[in-house]
Design a protein around this ligand. Structure first.
Ligand code: SF4
Ligand code: SF4
Length: 370
């Protein structure tokens, strides 16, 4: 396929995804206001190819023990086939670090063969060398999230590996160089925690220098990968720390908004560290994604563990079952542990988000307002 054809295909897939997402949000509106038990089928599958990793991030529990008995290549292929039959549109490959699996690229290839047009990869970027990237792109992956937890030494310290920042940003720069010709979507993820919140603006400036969209993850000990005593400490960002970081961030945002999180995202972040649930905002994320874990557990959400397994039950049976539907009705209204995962999606379908952003642009709101 020529570069022009690749670009045009990427645009078509993106447009199709946007339409499906608009329909999904319309269904959620019905679910919120008219029909609380409406079954809104997931559009995206979050596939934890492995819970193991090649880094040792202080904010993560996955590397603290080795996970065994993960799904085999043929089991994953079977799951991919079932997800296709279910009408899932997009696959997010994640981990752990998905690329440490030898069969990862083969699975991306297989997903493309099945007809999935929208493949996304979350990675720490360590293994995403130009040589490794080529077959990943050939396999059809067109969207990437790469994690950066601070400038230089701070990133290395948090990620538990000297040289990680240099290597990841080198790979990220290469990827960004291919973004426009191939129509790639590239995002840089920064996990805000007690030990790096002071560097928020350094990372915002880095995003602007690299010209890459910055997304803020918010440290939490509620999700299955992050439940650990040490992580609980990291998720305790004080009001003083937040105020100092946000005052600087607001100045930066006023000067130039390109590539940066919106006012409403930063406002959500301010609330996250004192109210992790923020119950007034329904959880679209839990409805959008079907979680498939490395050992086949399926369902739940980022904060709630799944009860069923693809090794014993068909995916369609699980998703259409009463247990899944009841749980997802509760998760949608945030009858949950709270975790803040993908809060940006949760904000995106609320008209109040756009009103607040507009008021902020008109200097009628600030991040310091109650
Ligand atoms: S946060 Fe990501 S890169 Fe870091 S140890 Fe966990 S899975 Fe690996
Ligand atoms: S906010 Fe609640 S419902 Fe949504 S993913 Fe987190 S724990 Fe699950």
């Amino acid at each position: 396929m020529s570069a022009g054809q690749t670009l045009s295909r990427a645009r078509t897939v993106r447009a199709r995804d946007q339409i499906a997402l608009a329909r999904f949000f319309a269904e959620l509106t019905v679910k919120e206001h008219i029909w609380p038990t409406l079954h809104v089928r997931p559009l995206v599958a979050e596939l934890f190819l492995t819970d193991n990793c090649n880094l040792k991030c202080v904010s993560c529990a996955c590397w603290r023990e080795t996970t065994t008995d993960e799904l085999t290549t043929s089991e994953w292929k079977d799951v991919l086939g079932q997800l296709r039959e279910l009408g899932i549109l997009k696959l997010n490959f994640t981990g752990g670090e998905a690329l440490i699996r030898r069969d990862a690229i083969g699975l991306f290839d297989y997903a493309s063969e099945l007809g999935f047009g929208s493949l996304h990869l979350n990675t720490n970027g360590i293994l995403l060398s130009p040589k490794r990237l080529e077959p990943i792109l050939d396999a059809g992956v067109r969207s990437f999230n790469i994690s950066i937890d601070g400038p230089g030494a701070l990133h290395d310290e948090i990620r538990g590996r000297v040289g990680a920042f240099e290597r990841t940003t080198r790979h990220l720069r290469h990827l960004i160089g291919l973004r426009d010709p191939l129509g790639l979507k590239v995002r840089m993820n920064f996990t805000v925690m007690r030990t790096n919140v002071h560097a928020l603006c350094d990372v915002m400036r880095l995003a602007q220098e690299l010209e890459v969209r910055l997304y803020l993850n918010l440290a939490t000990d509620r999700t299955f990968l992050f439940r650990h005593q040490e992580i609980s400490e990291l998720s305790r960002v004080t009001e003083e720390q937040l105020q100092a970081a946000l005052a600087e961030a607001e100045t930066l945002l006023r000067a130039d908004r390109r590539w940066l999180p919106r006012f409403s995202d930063l406002r959500y972040m301010r609330g996250h560290f004192s109210d992790v649930i923020q119950r007034d905002l329904p959880c679209a994320e839990s409805q959008l994604k079907l979680m498939v874990h490395s050992r086949g557990e399926i369902g739940g959400c980022w904060g709630h563990d799944p009860l069923l397994n693809v090794r014993t039950t068909r995916v369609r049976e699980i998703v259409d079952g009463a247990e899944y539907r009841d749980e997802h009705a509760r998760l949608f209204r945030k009858d949950c542990s709270g975790c803040g995962s993908n809060y940006s999606l949760n904000l995106r379908w609320r008209p109040s988000t756009y009103v607040r952003d507009a008021l902020w642009r008109a200097h009628r709101l600030t991040l310091g307002d109650p």
